[in-house]
Design a protein around this ligand. Sequence first.
Ligand code: FES
Ligand code: FES
Length: 164
Amino acid sequence: MALCSIQVNVNGTNYQSVVEPRLSLADFLRHELGLTGTHVGCEHGVCGICNVLVDGRSVRACLLLAVQVDGQSVETVEGLAEGEKLHPIQQAFMDEQGLQCGFCTPGFIMSLKELLDCNPSPSEDEIKDVLGGSICRCTGYAGILRAVQSAVAKMGGGQPSSAD
Ligand code: FES
Ligand code: FES
């Protein structure tokens, strides 16, 4: 199989790699770069556990090929903390019991980061709309919703309001 050369910026670091054209972005991150914070669940675009940001937009890393992100910027959960200091969304998940087993957590956090980067003060319905894009098998949605609302308040977005 012919190999492809790609250049990708991941969490601020430039990588040049030679990959098989069939390699998924999720497998590239996990197996080529060792960034195992991106988890893989269903592997067919349903669960949202593999969500990462590509040029700031949330995507399913199991559905995208590594060659499709050639020349683009990818952000994974490993890129959020600054040293020992967690990103406010990560901290809120800890503080508000937004996780149980934690398997779904990186995917939720990355899709919520896209939301809060675009809309620092989302309504409860807007938050729930994003949460609906991923599946938590532990069914800890109440804690996740609390965590997002706490992160919004701490990031200066104010108290989220319900959309009527
Ligand atoms: S593992 Fe990618 S959507 Fe489920
Ligand atoms: S915390 Fe276990 S799957 Fe979500």
